[in-house]
Design a protein around this ligand. Sequence first.
Ligand code: FAD
Length: 567
Amino acid sequence: GSLIAYVEANTNNGVKGHVAHADAITSNDAHGIASSPVVPKKKKVVLLGTGWAGMSFLKNLNNPTYEVEVVSPRNFFVFTPLLPSVTCGKVEPRSIVEPIRNIIRKKNVDISFSEAECFKIDSENKKIYCRATINSNSKGEEEFLVEYDYLIIAVGAQVNTFNTPGVEENCHFLKEIDDAQKIRKNVIESFEKASLPNLSDEERKKILHFVIVGGGPTGVEFAAELHDFVNQDVVKLYPMVQHFVKITLLEATDHVLNMFDKRITNFAEEKFGRGGIDVKLGSTVTKVGDNEISTRARGNGGPTSTPYGMVLWSTGIGPRPLIKEFMKQIGQGNRRALATDEWLRVEGFDNIYALGDCATINQRKVMEDISEIFKKADKDNSGTLTVKEFQEIIDDICERYPQVELYLKSKQVRNIFDLLKEAKRDAAKESIELNIEQFKSALSTVDSQMKNLPATAQVANQQGAYLAKCFNRMEECEKNPEGPPRFRGTGRHRFHPFRYRHLGQFAPLGGEQTAAQLPGDWVSIGHSSQWLWYSVYASKQVSWRTRALVVSDWVRRFIFGRDTSGI
Ligand code: FAD
């Protein structure tokens, strides 16, 4: 006779409260004798967000000693890498979303879901304030609060407009499934509009001028999708307007796909150039009006305005208001994302985790710690250490900070190891001393190499899985810690720190050609990589249902072409 109560309480500010958990309640048995329940208190985990990080956490969590409440304004997960394919009808929107309840019903963990957004985090009192996103009214009646023992923040990020005038009002974004549907409708409507009688050629040109701002993977992929759509379907369905179509890609820096290998960047720029996509490099957008987009070219500086029909804004991401507010509250100021340690805990908190696009592992602290390690080792303050001491330090650093190890192995700092090897070859190896400053300057190269992890699904997915595994083994690892020795304090950390494994990246370039950059700087561009792309994205689907839908959409498009109905 016991029960875990889920109590609704009214708090003094009128916001309804979901109390985290109630202690086990004693009940009387049939003879009126109180039985003594020994029900362990379930720890309440509150998860914010059902994107890549949140979904991956839920899929991998299998410890039934937690009670999990998921809060997210959308009750489904979106497979974002296929969003560009939705914009021109290659894949249907429903094929790339998975209802979150489908994921949680298969779990042996007590998980509930609330369709709401969190608007405030009260870390002192361990509660969050939420607002329902369905049928919200202005009286605040749909506001409620949720208490937590552990809070996992995985709310992603929002589009960054850099406060450019007119962007919010006049541009499309490509972040959510609604965005992709709106773009698809707008693209089709543009062709219908341009096909109406009584329009001048100038008007048709304006309507069919598609501008993409930002030469990152999303902008490039959308440009490629649109170009394919024009070449494969528009030529058959709208032959009379096909020659009015113009696709312009504006990029503020010197190249598109900056995060990719030079070979891919060059190939993409040349391919787009040959295909008639106007790639304007070094071009910064200063304003987006109702009908015209204003740009400033680097160098000659003069502003130019060009009429457009549709603009896609895809220039990167910034923090959501909830995260900005929380960072202010906890003294993290104006950062790009919430700073965490290598165990994904928000700096200064033991029970708040942040992962995915809303978080970043603080590398500055890592370098401070490494400097400390050197200082400690140099007991006689001579500025030199023996080879053996150096070797021990390297092992220590690599154990504490796996991400450093990754960069220590990179080409730029290989000379450190050469130095060590040379010294070791010497017969009097133990007596040889190496200069700390020399070593430190090599490590500062490591520092500049240790850029923040990219804001990708790959990182978010791995972080969600890592954190779930930590939660699965929390009790076990509390008793037998398996992590590295604590730097400040005694004993070991409970867990190994998060280690990112880069599996490579793709850039679909249209015409059934994809650029693939795989680990070890292995680059492949062409039709074979396109098949690799199809197989990777089919295998990465979160359910057999979406896998079947996506593959059947691809087959349908091969046989019948894209669906061009404007619904
Ligand atoms: P998201 O997936 O954005 O999820 C955030 C979740 O939080 C959502 O469910 C949202 O509704 C919810 N949320 C928002 N606000 C609140 C709130 N206040 N309270 C509670 N919940 C909230 N990455 C790759 O690795 N490969 C690719 O090919 C690739 N292609 C991409 C293509 C496009 C078009 C886009 C937009 C992104 C692409 N990415 C890709 C990047 C990838 O999608 C993101 O890095 C990833 O989604 C980050 O995961 P996340 O869980 O942090 O955030």
